[in-house]
Design a protein around this ligand. Structure first.
Ligand code: MG
Length: 160
């Protein structure tokens, strides 16, 4: 077994849509980011890379590389999962938390879980996403950012 943790945060800027967990959510702003700014998928990428001891998303997809400008983070997640598989591991389960004062995410969670499970070649029952506010405290509460934490457990393909 291997365990990995990932964290990411993105700031709001001008725009009318957020992408979180691969789901497009209408909002009064968008993420400022080199890619689509999908904090949840970035945290999951970092958790997977951490679990197999291969650094973080910035090392594999540098934000100075024009190839990743406006990148669909689902493409990044699938590329990371391919590395996980090549290294001989598969997902046991994923647990993630998105911290956002706004927008409210509860109606989008099921769609996020479906997309993430597809990209991780896993069943929906292996993928759990939760959303919380920050109780009016800190930068999340001022509606300046969305943050995400992710923890993954991997199991050896040889034992799967
Ligand atoms: Mg990021």
């Amino acid at each position: 077994m291997r365990i990995g943790h990932g964290y990411d945060v993105h700031r709001f800027g001008p725009g009318d849509e957020l992408v979180i967990g691969g789901v497009r959510i209408p909002h009064h702003s968008a993420f400022i980011a080199h890619s689509d700014g999908d904090v949840l998928l970035h945290a999951i990428c970092d958790a997977l890379l951490g679990a197999i001891g291969r650094g973080d998303i910035g090392r594999h997809f540098p934000d100075t590389d024009p190839r990743y400008a406006g990148a669909d983070s689902r493409d990044l997640l699938r590329a990371v999962m391919a590395q996980v598989s090549d290294a001989g591991w598969q997902l046991a389960n994923l647990d993630a938390t998105v911290i956002a004062q706004a927008p409210r995410l509860s109606t989008h969670i099921a769609a996020m879980q479906r997309k993430i499970a597809t990209d991780l070649q896993a069943a929906e029952s292996q993928v759990h996403v939760k959303a919380t506010t920050s109780e009016g405290l800190g930068f999340c509460a001022r509606e300046e950012v969305v943050a995400a934490h992710a923890v993954v457990l991997l199991q050896s393909l040889a034992n799967g």
